[in-house]
Design a protein around this ligand. Sequence first.
Ligand SMILES: C[S@@+](CC[C@H](N)C(=O)[O-])C[C@H]1O[C@@H](n2cnc3c(N)ncnc32)[C@H](O)[C@@H]1O
Length: 270
Amino acid sequence: MTELEFTRISSFLKSRYGIDMTAKKEIMDGRLTNMLRKNGWNTYTEYMNAVESDATGQLEKELVNLLTTNHTYFMREFEHLEFLKSQILPYLKQKEQFTRDLRIWCGAASSGEEPYMIAMTLLDFFGFEHDNWDTKVLATDISTEVLGTAIRGIYSKTAVEGLPEHWKRRFFRELPSGESYQATEELKNEVIFRQFNLMRDFPFRQKMHVVFLRNVMIYFDKETKRELVQKVYDCLAPGGYLIVGKTETIDRESIPFDMVMPSIFRKPLS
Ligand SMILES: C[S@@+](CC[C@H](N)C(=O)[O-])C[C@H]1O[C@@H](n2cnc3c(N)ncnc32)[C@H](O)[C@@H]1O
């Protein structure tokens, strides 16, 4: 990969998806090289010419699937789910008692572990009352590959190992191989998976109550992150929450979120 080719691919990725790989040439080369060889392109220039002129968008989709970092796991930063259950949901249950409609969005859902945990928390919290509420979680990501995994809802035995026993028993079925588990229809029905690029304008007609945007802004530069947090602020209802990864921060100087605790932010009520 020449410097020029690297600049071309990283600019493409950054301008369309916000992902900043400008200091990650080796990683990029490592992730793309097999695909290049397998598909018979001689150079990255040839390959990028094909990506940019592919009207179907298929090559671009594959490029995104290869270049995104999708690492995630069940129980990651579980304190956020505990906060959701003990603080946010009691507040929303009271606030939305007449509409019985909750709008929770997981904006970098990867292979589904995070939105399924949110959904299990909701099902747990509402218990028998759940049927009277619309609590479906919207889960989006740009990578179609991980979304495919999320929709299938099949995870290895080791992946589900750390889940609380009562969740595993209620929401997962062991598959005949004995090596993996699949989310039950009840759980799958609680999550709506869609492809969505966070760089785009948000299409929501109604305001969100909670937005999870965990461990994704680390791939964006400061300005991209600021613009994204502003869009999240605008899409939240007053009193709504933004939850980011535990190692992440947001720029509160320009965006008036209140900090509830590090990594949990709230839009003021008025
Ligand atoms: C490291 S994973 C984080 C998954 C999960 N939120 C967690 O905390 O475990 C980051 C995800 O962000 C997605 N992503 C990166 N850029 C994106 C963008 N512009 N729009 C939507 N998703 C994006 C990637 O595809 C990847 O699945």
